[in-house]
Ligand binder design. Sequence first.
Ligand SMILES: [Fe+2]
Ligand SMILES: [Fe+2]
Length: 297
Amino acid sequence: MSAVRQILTSEQIQERVKTIIQLPAMPAIAMDIVEMVDNPKTSAQQLGRLISTDQALTAKVLKIANSPFYGFPKKISTIDFAIIVLGFDALKEIVISIALVSSLQKKNDLYFNSQLFWDHAIGTGVIARRLARDVGYRVTGEVFVAGLLHDMGISILNKYFTPEFHRMIEIVRDSKLTFFEAEESVFPVTHAVIGSWLGERWNLPDHLVEAIRYHHNPGEAKEHSQLVSIIHCADVFAKLISGEEIEFDKGIEFHPDALEILQLNDEELIQEYVKEYSDLVKKDTRDVALLSHLANF
Ligand SMILES: [Fe+2]
Ligand SMILES: [Fe+2]
């Protein structure tokens, strides 16, 4: 086991996360688009023109816009049409997902299986989307995106705090501790908090930042407790359904607060959902393959 001598303070970590923002992690065009969408004076044509300046981005946006997540019955073949059909907010989330997924992915090593990481992220997104419908939450693209991004703090830990991350994984493998306990013993803040800091710095919408921040303690969510609870439960469902033992979700279980908020306090109902969602994840392999592909471009 490699010893990490000094435990970083919360301030040191926040300082380092700030420097991550200065890296060209989020492509400039994504930043411009996020800004443009936030400006109420922006027209659909202006936004379309900007996206169209980047061919690769255009292709990816159209691919996602046409995926069953957005459920539009006709083929969307131009950016202008995508904007009209999906709306600014959905488009903004698509662009953010593309930018984040491409900037956070990292090659496999002994401590981080990026395929498993993205399978988990996408599985959580797919399940969150269905669960939202099942509990009567208005379903929009945000639910999928929140599921996709919930663990982005893990990716940050792996990429920018590598020795500490390795230490955590070793503890998880060699002991009976859950991931949170291991995380707590090495790090003064959680991956959820770190993910939310980056989300704030990148100007992600509030509900996404909140979903990332509170996905393990949904009862503490401020304004979006329903969305946060959906992401929390989808995370646990994804873990239950996946046959793989993922270190960074070792020991997670349904939080009573989330079950309460979503009125899911029923063991039989939960078992039913486990069955239904495992079929869903299997059936949606086409979409999962599409997004996995995007995650690895
Ligand atoms: Fe997590
Ligand atoms: Fe997770």
